[in-house]
Ligand binder design. Structure first.
Ligand code: DX5
Ligand code: ZN
Length: 212
């Protein structure tokens, strides 16, 4: 299982947190971007964090919790991220956004809020590289994992197998030593406060990966 580390909630400064993540063997740095519209808080605006992110060696996994992703895609593409993930609930035409992200050679993810069903993105599954299952309400780190979303993992695996789709399945929110067991089968686990509020990031990552 690959690990993507979110730094939304950390006991260290942003610079220290990012440096500590960079020293681990995590697969991705998960960047939660919030616009104050799709979710109440504003966080990780490009202008504030671009210089920090340019210093980081980890591959970037950008999660856009924003109502209007256009200008965010135009900004964040400059950091050459591996993934840009957009939310399925926004009013925009997802097809256009998927095409736009791909045109920059960046992999595309679509995120599902806990109450959003898979049917909503069925038409796009063939074209995308990641489905991000949110296991908390978007907008804040440190919330409890919602078991009510687990069923989506099995459905997405089945659809992928039956149709030859290639997306990776990722779960984001409340992932820790207790909840890890519910997501054994996913390709990518996103974890934030469990890692970044601890003294030893690598140790927590090893636990999530189940390395003794
Ligand atoms: C929720 C974010 C998540 C979250 C992860 O809005 O998309 O990435 O902050 O952090 P933890 O692991 O603390 O739930
Ligand atoms: Zn996220």
């Amino acid at each position: 299982m690959k690990i993507s580390v979110s730094y939304l909630k950390s006991k260290y400064t942003i610079k220290t947190t990012l440096n500590k993540i960079d020293l681990t063997d995590a697969d991705y740095l998960h960047v939660d971007v919030m616009d104050g519209r799709f979710v109440p808080r504003k966080k990780n605006q490009y202008i504030e964090i671009k210089d920090y992110l340019k210093e980081i060696k980890k591959e970037l996994d950008i999660h856009l919790m924003v109502e209007d992703p256009l200008k965010y895609i135009l900004d964040y593409k400059n950091l050459k991220p591996t993934y840009i993930t957009i939310q399925s609930e926004i009013k925009h035409d997802l097809k256009d956004l998927i095409y736009m992200i791909k045109s920059y050679g960046i992999k595309v993810g679509i995120a599902l809020n806990p109450l959003t069903s898979i049917e909503k993105i069925e038409d796009y599954l063939k074209d995308i590289d990641q489905v991000l299952i949110l296991s908390v309400n978007p907008g804040a780190g440190g919330q409890s994992f919602k078991k009510s979303v687990i069923y989506k993992i099995e459905i997405l695996k089945k659809l992928r197998e039956e149709n030859g789709y290639h997306y990776e399945i990722s779960v984001d929110g409340g992932v820790n030593i207790e909840t890890r067991k519910y997501i054994k089968d996913v390709d990518i686990a996103v974890s934030g406060s469990y890692i970044c509020e601890s003294d030893n990031f690598q140790e927590k990552i090893n636990i999530l990966r189940n390395v003794k």
